[in-house]
Ligand binder design. Sequence first.
Ligand SMILES: [Zn+2]
Length: 468
Amino acid sequence: MRPNDAGQVPAVVRLPETREVLAALAEYVAIPSDSRNASRETMREAAAWIAGRLGFLGARLEETAGNPVVRADWLGAPGAPTVLIYGHYDVQPTGRLEEWPSPPFELTVADDVAYGRGASDDKGPVYLVVAMLAAMFEQRGALPLNVRVLLEGEEEIGSPNLPGYVRSHADALACDLVVSADGAQWRPDEPSLSVASKGLVSCVVEVTGAAGDLHSGRYGGTIANPVHALAAILASLHGEDGSVAVPGFYDGVAPMTPQRRAEIAAVPFDDAEYAARIGAPGLSGEAGLSTLERLWERPTLEVNGVEGGGRYTVIPHRAAAHISCRLVGEQDPQHVLAAIRGHVEATAPAGVRVSVEQVGGAVPAYRIPDDHPALAAAAEALRTVYPGQEVLHAVIAGTLPATTLFEEVTGAKTLFFSFAHADENAHAPGEFLRLRRIPEGMRAWQALLEGLADGPHRLRRGGEQEER
Ligand SMILES: [Zn+2]
């Protein structure tokens, strides 16, 4: 490590004050980089702003077919492992302005939170890492390990150009671990690490009958009704016990280990409170499992919408349902789709035609193994900030395609290390970041990087061997 002007490497890094972080974050939030609606210039302005803050690492914009990515590399720690820090500079649309407590692009502190679009997803969490790295670099003249940064500008629209960029820059992105500053901790009161995310595959089931809608009097009772047929098919997708009744659906799903069940059972969780919070009259799902077990460890098949007919006295000629499955373990999205197709064809009543077509991309589930050193190093880092608290292994029940992409291209697993929380209205009006996460997040990131470089759970360098 390089000494500073005083001739020593300072052991303690003075991290910026919360108010300094807020002042900078306010500038960043003020650039309305809504990737669904903003101009290319606005998107570039946001990219350039955060690249400017990473100037000490030589940050630059690199072009993609869409919005540019922000890239930086500091490889001044020979022999040390390399981490790739991932995040995004784009934000969701604001939604209804009247539902915001303050203008969405004016970072506004109220009580113990800061409101603003991107405060929690993902400008705030990314800026915490950047501010910490800048302080560390300024005071020590070096980082404890090699750091690459990749911030994309299209995460909120499904990252259409990330796969192309990552695949064509495999060598430049070589690393031993990806650390994502995106994602959220599960609850504000318990430090947690997300160890898995669910896969996703979607399809449309279409049922057709006659060539056009028919008079329900003149033709009623003589032909099959596609809406009835669809209803019967949809009803057959789940068993009485709430499990998915499609043969082959669960292939690749391992039974939960007693250890994992015990771990989940130890998480304080109140079904009634959960139901009340979402305004539901009660909970439902697979029998014999707790709510958290179903949410974190089990795959699901959901009918997202149905269409067909209307308020007319006709026999509709077409009915359709949109279905999505969240996958776990080794479930193969294409196998799941084929299983659904087979089940729909086998269950379709006589007199209708059925089809099952995939919609959108298919993403397998992702998991970082429980014994990966990055998890131990991250837990250690969280314990330095939240002493005496157990670090929970949580699951992101959503889908994060970037994880599988990074693993495919770099061979590296992704660690989620975000100081946002699931309840901070990300994507909704009134998005906020908790102020105490600012110092906590910076300290934890510092502890993480130091731990990965040189702690008891130091990251092994694997990049070289895995590169061909
Ligand atoms: Zn995000």
